[in-house]
Design a protein around this ligand. Structure first.
Ligand SMILES: NC(=O)c1ccc[n+]([C@@H]2O[C@H](COP(=O)([O-])OP(=O)(O)OC[C@H]3O[C@@H](n4cnc5c(N)ncnc54)[C@H](OP(=O)(O)O)[C@@H]3O)[C@@H](O)[C@H]2O)c1
Length: 307
């Protein structure tokens, strides 16, 4: 079976490739949109075929999907899905080999188009991006399974938020929404599981993934968890000044506006699902363990002292 993974160098994609690489029944095609990324994948997974695919380039998408049986689509943030998913659908329409598309979403259940303001549509903000992709794929009639993590990725904390924890012992985040947290390795393992199962059991289905109940946390709860694992006090502060310092100015404004919309429109999210447990026959990975595994990152020496 030929399986193409787009976004293969990202959090989910790389772990998914590791899960599947030793399966003799799967020939993996791992995609990056750059030459450098393709070379990186070729070195990391030498039994797989590393390919260059830019989701915005119709030609590269059609070349990549030839003879694919299953295609896993992990889309970068702010993608214009009218183009990217449009390219995918055109390339796959009439492809005899295709059995299943697995599309990763990031979409709050029950959210309707009319609650997404114009500015979010213009920048292809996450919800709008995934809503667009989902609608296009459903309308296409192609065999699709949606994997929808309704949770914040633990791996996000190795981004700018993690820098704040390491350098100032502060989580500087506007709008301390309560959210479930999920380890992206669990998402990858659920996808790996679906890929090795009968497609008929999953066609047209959407799986909403979250982490464990104990990892439904506000920013204050996250700060307390980091403090207890790392052994120094991490504090949550709605510190817009530092938030703007950590991100590029336009991104900080955009992200803060998005978080404000999310807090006002969606509110706190306490629900967890048992899909990860159902697929993997074990509990979801815990945030506490993820912090422990990544403790060196948060304890790394820094030039700045804690505020
Ligand atoms: N972060 C969260 O808390 C959260 C929660 C729910 C859902 N989500 C969704 O999860 C997805 C992200 O998953 P992830 O964290 O595993 O991904 P990721 O680490 O952000 O990786 C995305 C990959 O896309 C590739 N890429 C960039 N531009 C591309 C292009 N033009 N064409 C093709 N590929 C391109 C990049 O690799 P190359 O540069 O090598 O091409 C990158 O590895 C997003 O759709 C996001 O909305 C996120």
């Amino acid at each position: 079976m030929n399986v193409l993974i787009t976004g293969a160098r990202g959090n989910i994609g790389r772990h998914l490739a590791s899960c599947l690489i030793d399966n003799p029944e799967i020939k993996l095609y791992l995609a990056s949109h750059s030459d450098e990324g393709r070379d990186d994948l070729a070195v990391a997974f030498n039994e797989a075929e590393a390919v260059k695919v830019d989701v915005n380039d119709a030609g590269s998408v059609s070349d990549a999907v030839v003879d694919m049986h299953r295609v896993v689509v992990i889309s970068p943030d702010f993608t214009d899905e009218r183009i990217a998913t449009g390219n995918l659908i055109s390339a796959l329409n009439g492809a005899d080999s295709l059995q299943q598309i697995i599309r990763v979403l990031g979409l709050f259940p029950g959210l309707t188009e009319n609650r997404i303001p114009a500015w979010m549509r213009e920048v292809n903000a996450t919800c709008w991006q995934h809503m667009t992709a989902k609608r296009l794929l459903e309308d296409s009639g192609l065999p699709v399974t949606f994997v929808n993590p309704v949770a914040r990725y633990m791996q996000n904390y190795r981004g700018f938020t993690g820098t704040g924890i390491r350098d100032r012992h502060v989580i500087a985040y506007p709008f301390p929404q309560v959210m479930p947290h999920i380890d992206t390795r669990d998402i990858a393992e659920v996808i790996a599981c679906i890929l090795q199962m009968d497609i008929n059991d999953h066609d047209g289905r959407e799986y909403i993934l979250t982490g464990a109940k104990e990892d439904v946390l506000s920013c204050t709860g996250v700060a307390e968890l980091f403090s207890s694992v790392l052994g120094f006090k991490v504090e949550y502060r709605d510190d817009r000044g530092y938030f703007h310092e950590m991100l590029a100015p336009e991104l900080a404004i955009l992200f803060a506006d998005y978080l404000q919309w999310q807090q006002q429109t969606i509110g706190d999210l306490y629900d967890v699902t048992d899909e990860v447990q159902g697929f993997l026959d074990r509990e979801p990975r815990k945030f506490r363990d993820w912090i422990r595994e990544n403790a060196d990152f948060f304890r790394a020496p820094s030039n700045q002292s804690a505020a």
